[in-house]
Design a protein around this ligand. Structure first.
Ligand code: UD2
Ligand code: MN
Length: 574
């Protein structure tokens, strides 16, 4: 039902272009004094225009000379902005509204210049002479947004314009995914009419970020496509190291280091090269971060060199446009949010490319603790996307994801076109990917049991809502529900009871989940199938449910005690 669907799988830049309201901006006029947006002024802040004044330009390359905010203005050099504790009632309401609408502190963002300065986070290695090729390909920068805050969106765009060599930016394509905030309408067009490189595309209905990206890609003409989220800030020299890798090999897909812009203070925290992480995923098909593995460290002399990454976070990367097209871009059946990052990661590696994180390139991103916008009602969008992904790319390993979702795949639509794409590309197997690209990943099939751990006496299961490997999280008894998820566990050959990177751990107090350390001790458990006991290594106690049936506890082992008896799903010690 949507135009974007028609473009999937390949690029057809000439298709339907006329149907969308493309703003080919011309320089009309503007007064680039937009750098001081203060507090609640911003909501109704209209960009000032004066019809006949020409915008200052850099050598007619269409790039404005950025206004430079005063050094002591809020947030300069990436410094935090802390609001006073004695706010007026109006101010407090404005702050709260900002949080409600955006899931970050919009009020603080509005106080900061849209041209604010940032520290230069680059390692000296990055700035050595002749580090990058002289003739780099230009890129289009595609930024999709659904109801992004005005000051944040503008700062994203200005950070690209202000900190990229003009000749390397062909166009900035803003894709409005059917926003309904007032400032995303005419005000946005008026504002960017002063910036000829900025083009605005409007999705005719809510597409979700994946189809919105495809819509943008259809209008891209530069040799390289760069995607950014709509709440980013590019730092000095972010672009050249990305384009350099693609110039050297067009099948290399590259991601900048993603620095954290604090959601409360907008402080820019950057990671130095030593702290760079690479991407992974777990069997719930969630993306996660890891330290650079030893085998990868060994490949490098300097920690600022590009590092291989099994996956990408998804929002910020550059890719050769033709290579993206060859890989079949994204699955347009992916709705709203999620899954596309792993799809692109897997097929990049499996179908002849490489995925790298480039420590010389830094872009900040506001990480949020919740999603501020509406998803679809009545469908589990993320699960649907993930099932499509698993069906097409995971081969037999898909079963591990299905165990996590209690085998309930739901209606995931038609994936035959995507399977055909994979066949035509002649890609490697998922096993090849795991063996060669992500050997660190724990494979559920290498475990002696997987599924629920049910207490015989109570029909309660070991349950933990922890996701990822938070440092210490509770494990509790909960009625068995048979749907995997929080009750899905694996008993590894090494005696760990684990889910992804989190291991059941007992250090004398509560039974908790702790990041797996692989050295047995407090994380070592032994199952005796006859006695149905789970005996703990270092304490020699047995796992039990408390008499009140409300806690997971450790007790002296007693083979007559039913509260100490457990059934492990799919237990097979052979
Ligand atoms: C991460 C990625 C994001 C995407 C997502 C998985 C980073 C820093 N971010 O989530 O880019 O890969 O994982 O899908 O790697 N948007 C729309 N339409 C929608 C929903 C979102 O245009 O229906 C826009 C949104 O305004 C934003 C971008 O898509 O600019 C990403 O959304 P997000 O910021 O909510 O995702 P994030 O960073 O949690
Ligand atoms: Mn984001």
């Amino acid at each position: 039902d949507d135009a974007a669907d028609a473009i999937v799988g390949n690029f057809a830049p000439d298709l339907n272009v006329g149907d969308e309201s493309v703003q080919n901006n011309v320089v009309v006029a503007a007064q680039p004094n937009e750098h001081v947006y203060r507090g609640k002024l911003i909501a109704g802040n209209k960009p000032s225009r004066s019809a006949n004044k020409k915008v200052p330009e850099d050598d007619d390359k269409g790039v404005l000379v950025p206004p430079s905010p005063p050094k002591d203005a809020p947030g300069e050099m990436g410094k935090p902005v802390v609001l006073p504790t004695n706010m007026t009632v109006e101010m407090k309401k404005a702050v709260d509204d900002g949080w409600t609408n955006n899931a970050f502190n919009q009020y603080v963002s509005d106080m900061i210049s849209v041209h604010r300065t940032l520290p230069d986070p680059r390692d000296a290695w990055c700035k050595e002479p002749n580090r990058y090729l002289e003739n780099l390909p230009a890129t289009d920068v595609i930024i999709c947004f659904h109801n992004e805050a005005w000051s944040v969106l503008l700062r994203t765009v200005h950070s690209v314009l202000d900190r990229s060599p003009p000749h390397l930016i062909n166009e900035i394509i803003l894709v409005d995914d059917f926003s309904d905030m007032p400032h995303t309408k005419q005000q946005l067009e008026d504002y960017f009419s002063a910036y000829p490189k900025v083009k605005i595309l409007r999705a005719p209905s809510r597409e979700g970020l994946i189809r919105a990206r495809l819509l943008g890609a259809r209008h891209a003409t530069a040799p390289v496509i760069t995607y950014l989220d709509s709440h980013c800030e590019c730092t000095e020299g972010w672009l050249e190291p990305l384009l350099d890798r693609i110039a050297r090999n067009s099948t290399t897909v590259v991601c900048p280091v993603i620095d954290v812009i604090d959601d409360t203070t907008l402080e820019f925290h950057y990671r130095d090269s030593g702290g760079v992480n690479v991407g992974g995923f777990d069997w719930n098909l969630q993306f996660n971060w890891h330290a650079v593995p030893e085998r990868e460290r060994k490949r490098h002399k300097n920690s600022a060199e590009p590092v291989y990454s099994p996956t990408m976070a998804g929002g910020l990367f550059s890719i050769d446009r033709k290579f993206f097209e060859r890989l079949g871009t994204y699955d347009s059946g992916f709705d709203i949010w999620g899954g596309e990052n792993l799809e692109l990661s897997f097929k990049t590696w499996m179908c002849g490319g490489t995925l790298e994180i480039i420590p010389c390139s830094h872009v900040g991103h506001i990480f949020r603790k919740r999603s501020p916008y509406k998803w679809r009602s009545g469908v589990n969008v993320l699960k649907k996307n993930s099932v499509r992904l698993a069906e097409v790319w995971l081969d037999d390993y898909a079963k591990y994801y299905y165990q996590r979702i209690g085998q309930d795949k739901g209606d995931y639509g038609d994936v035959s076109g995507r399977k055909e794409l994979r066949r035509n590309l002649g890609c490697q197997s998922f096993k090849w990917y795991l063996d060669n690209v992500y050997p660190e990943l724990f494979i559920p099939g290498d475990s002696v049991a997987n599924g629920e751990i049910a207490n015989i006496y109570t029909d309660m299961c070991l349950d933990s809502a922890a996701t990822g490997s938070e440092v210490q999280s509770a494990v509790e008894p909960y009625p068995c529900h048979g749907q995997g998820g929080n009750q899905y566990w694996m008993l590894s050959k090494g005696g760990e009871i684990r889910r992804d990177e989190a291991c059941l751990d007992y250090a004398g107090n509560d039974v908790v989940l702790y990041p797996c350390h692989g050295s047995k001790g407090n994380q070592f458990w032994k199952y005796n199938q006859q006695k149905r006991q789970i005996r703990h290594g270092s304490s020699d106690k047995c796992l039990a449910i408390s008499e009140k049936k409300d806690k997971v506890v450790m007790e002296e082992c007693d083979s007559n005690q039913l509260r100490q008896q457990w059934k492990l799903e799919n237990y097979d010690p052979s």
